[in-house]
Write a protein that binds this ligand. Structure first.
Ligand code: SAH
Length: 265
């Protein structure tokens, strides 16, 4: 299992320890440090009463993969999810939750999306190896890393500069060299790299973004959450030569897509 060696350094927390027991590799942490209290918030520093606890990420990952397999059948995607270490993409204090099927805070009011919804969205893109893919909302880089295991070219746009910078470093140290992280401009998407075979939007738009449909090749697919700031419907748009078709895939909840043609800050 790959491990996040910078987790301790970047966030100023105690370095995590890897331990082995009969179930395999696990992470040793202290209840008072990496643990959660009864209301789910991380507790304070290691104190005299803390008990070390073992979180077995390997078995948590196995369980998560089983629940994703029940919804997604594309073996390339399943194998990408089993190869990409989600613990690399979550903050140090959440590493023990890396394989829960939950979104987690990544700072700046943003979240790394829930693994199942990430899988369903990538599945809906119907990717081929040679596809050029655009992602809006790099965030932690997890979704971009997964896509780069399936398609050769991934451009990911992020509007928060510090997130984009941290994630560039993270993706490089994780060996995900096929992902190019670019800073968002005033316009939605990334016109310089258009057209794309597939576009995936990791934030909720107030309406169907026509500016993104126009950045697709004919036959290209766009997967985007559309709705209010709180709740959206996941939509899949397929572009044809001079029109497009839309299919809804179900309800979802994303942080807002910000900018011209989307929500104000
Ligand atoms: N795909 C991410 C989750 C991203 S959360 C992951 O796997 O971790 C949504 C991200 O979209 C946030 O980082 C937010 O800053 C970004 N965002 C919001 N509006 C945007 C826009 N117009 N262009 C690019 N990124 C945007």
């Amino acid at each position: 299992m790959q491990f996040a060696p910078w987790a301790g350094d970047l966030h100023g927390y105690l370095p995590l320890k890897r331990v082995k027991d009969h179930t395999g590799t696990a992470i040793l942490y202290h209840r008072g440090y990496y643990g959660l209290n009864d209301s789910g918030a991380p507790e304070g520093r290691v104190g005299p009463h803390c008990r070390p606890e073992v979180v077995d990420l390997k078995s948590a990952k196995r369980q998560l993969l089983a629940s994703i397999r029940a919804e997604v059948s594309d073996e390339r995607l399943i194998s990408a999810i089993s190869r990409v270490p989600r613990e690399m993409f979550v903050p140090a204090e959440s590493i023990h939750l890396a394989y829960e099927n939950k979104p987690l805070p990544i700072g700046q009011g943003q979240t790394i999306s829930q693994p199942l919804i990430v899988a369903l969205m990538i599945d809906a893109l119907e990717l081929r190896r040679t596809d050029r893919v655009l992602e809006l909302g790099t965030g932690s880089g997890y979704q971009a890393a997964l896509i780069s295991e399936i398609a050769d070219t991934v451009i990911s746009v992020e509007r928060i500069l510090s997130l984009a910078n941290d994630t560039r470093v993270r993706l490089r140290s994780g060996g995900f060299h096929a992902v190019e992280v670019v800073n968002a401009t005033q316009e939605l998407g990334w016109q310089q790299g258009a057209p794309y075979d597939a576009i995936i939007v990791a934030a909720g738009a107030p309406r169907l973004p026509m500016e993104l449909i126009s950045q697709l090749v004919p036959g290209g697919r766009l997967v985007v959450p559309v709705g209010s700031r709180e709740n959206q419907e996941l939509m899949k748009v397929t572009r044809t030569d001079d029109s497009y078709s839309v299919r809804t895939l179900g309800g979802c909840r994303f942080v807002p897509l910000i900018g011209k043609g989307a929500w104000p800050t």
